[in-house]
Design a protein around this ligand. Structure first.
Ligand SMILES: Cc1ncc(COP(=O)(O)O)c(C=O)c1O
Length: 398
């Protein structure tokens, strides 16, 4: 490259400006990873005519590159929606929805079994931003109409509750909300957007923690907010821009790379989880298995009506004769199941929860332990739980 025909540019500048342009027409299955903060305009007129709200062009890395636009389009398709926005985590997706739709003086209803940082965010919004936040019984159904006030703007739902596994009557809640002009948001992470179509049941906004099944590798933190409505999407886009939410394109690529196997992985987790849940139901140590696909689960009828699958996450209630120290010892004794937050990868996980401290009304006295079933062989997982039960019983006997 030269500045003019007779004056070549210096070595330093040539390290920055190169005349080489790769040939067009490259085709391959993996999507290209387009990194960018600065996005180039062909001239000043193009820069002045830019619109970051319109995804038919590019303006700045924060608003997206072809890589993130591709993932957003594919996620909207999976969820049965029209628009999607990527954010840095599942919790950021919840935050985006709250901050886009609520202002001081507004009221929001959150189920009292919701992902606890969602409730914690609500408490913060209430303490610092003058937003009224009320918790409701997730099984309230159509009676939610009695809780809707003049200033209620948003109703959160999570189906099922990702620790205690209640299955809300989404169509009933959405119908009541719609009748009063209130928006409904759904945390659809449990079903990966595959087993529950929130929009078909009347939900306005669906969020996903892509950190879980979509990533599938226990390595990426990311979230998504999907809508069908153009105006709602614009409100979310404005908040997204104002909050400065961006995602790394290498991470976006990792999610794109794992999307083709999403359904196969989800179904494999589902099949193994049902086998384990069925086995656990026969065990004397367990008084209840909280898995919506089990026929005796209180939410089974609604789950069967609204869902087409179940994924790998469920909980059990230990018999109350086992102390918390003993059930902790059970979890500590597991070898294949690891102790850690999040889920959606190949490795099985297990966590005990102190639900009575989190819920207003919780009928069980025994410890709740949540299992996430990975992609290991089910018989190996059963053997692992069996040996951990034995270890727990040895402690009981001594
Ligand atoms: C149901 C549910 N929603 C949202 C989140 C938040 O996702 P992230 O960890 O990406 O913030 C989680 C994470 O555990 C979750 O389980």
């Amino acid at each position: 490259m030269s500045q003019s025909d007779d004056k070549p540019i210096s070595r330093q500048t040539s390290l920055i400006h190169s005349a080489y342009v790769p040939p067009a027409g490259f085709a391959a299955f993996p999507p290209a990873i387009h990194h960018a903060s600065t996005v180039l305009f062909k001239d000043v007129a193009a820069m002045r005519a830019r619109s970051w709200l319109d995804k038919s062009s590019y303006t700045y890395g924060l608003h997206g590159t072809p890589t993130s636009f591709t993932l957003e389009a594919r996620l909207a398709e999976i969820e049965g929606g029209k628009h999607c926005l990527l954010v840095p985590s599942g919790l950021a997706a919840i935050t985006l929805i709250d901050l886009a739709l609520l202002k001081s003086g507004d009221d929001v209803l959150i189920p009292d079994n919701a992902y606890s940082p969602n409730r914690d965010l609500g408490q913060w919004l209430s303490q610092q931003f003058g937003i009224s936040v009320r918790l409701y019984d997730p099984l309230i159904g159509a009676q939610i109409t009695d809780l809707i006030q003049e200033n209620t703007r948003l109703i959160w739902t999570e189906s099922p509750g990702s620790v205690t596994m209640e299955v809300p009557d989404l169509p009933a809640i959405c119908a009541a909300a719609k009748a009063r002009g209130v928006l409904v948001a759904l945390d659809n992470t449990w079903s990966a957007g595959l087993a529950l179509n929130g929009f078909a049941h009347g939900v306005d906004i669906v969020m996903q923690a892509l950190t879980k099944f979509q990533s599938g590798g226990s390595d990426v933190l990311m979230g998504a907010v999907t809508t069908c409505d153009d105006n709602l999407h614009t409100r979310l886009q404005l908040a997204h821009m104002r909050l400065g939410f961006g995602v790394g394109m290498d991470d976006v690529y990792l999610v794109l790379r794992n999307l083709p196997s999403l359904k196969l992985r989800f179904e494999a987790h589902d099949q193994s989880a049902r086998q384990l849940a069925t086995w656990l139901k026969q065990r004397p140590e367990i008084v209840q298995v909280l898995h919506p696909a089990m026929e005796d689960h209180p939410g089974h009828a609604i789950w069967k009506r609204d869902f087409s699958g179940a994924g790998g996450l469920f909980s059990v209630i230990f018999d109350e004769r086992f102390s918390e120290a003993q059930t902790d010892h059970f979890v500590d004794s597991l070898r294949l199941f690891k102790i850690g937050f999040s889920w959606g990868g190949a490795h099985s996980l297990c966590l005990p929860y102190r639900v009575a401290q989190m819920r207003q009304h919780w009928p069980h006295r025994g410890t709740l332990v949540r299992f996430y079933i990975g992609l290991e062989e089910v018989q190996d997982l059963i053997a692992d739980i069996e040996q951990a039960f034995s270890r727990m019983l040895e402690v009981v006997a001594s």
